[in-house]
Design a protein around this ligand. Structure first.
Ligand SMILES: N[C@@H](CCC(=O)N[C@@H](CS)C(=O)NCC(=O)O)C(=O)O
Length: 78
């Protein structure tokens, strides 16, 4: 599976849902980018995806928003 990046912040319940799925399915090839811890991550998310909404998954140079869509993508691509 290719490398993926997940934009998130820990207090976000939709992020927690995706993080739980990643943990339960032992998915390892994801880099985690906290948008509250580092302003640069937030700026990069807005630049790539156009909005400051998390969770957001970067794959193939594109940003995928919506926790359910991210989980579907991970199910199909893991
Ligand atoms: N329907 C979205 C909801 C995501 C959501 O509301 N995220 C919040 C943080 S918990 C957020 O980023 N809000 C800022 C915004 O939407 O601009 C999902 O399931 O991923």
């Amino acid at each position: 599976m290719k490398n993926l990046s997940l934009y998130f912040f820990p207090e976000c319940p939709f992020c927690q849902k995706v993080l739980k799925f990643i943990d339960e399915n032992d998915i390892k090839n994801i880099e985690f980018l906290d948008i509250k811890k580092d302003e640069k991550n937030k700026e990069a998310l807005i630049e790539k995806g156009g909005k400051n909404q998390v969770p957001a998954l970067l794959h193939d140079g594109e940003i995928l928003y919506e926790s359910d869509d991210i989980i579907d993508y991970l199910k199909k691509n893991k």
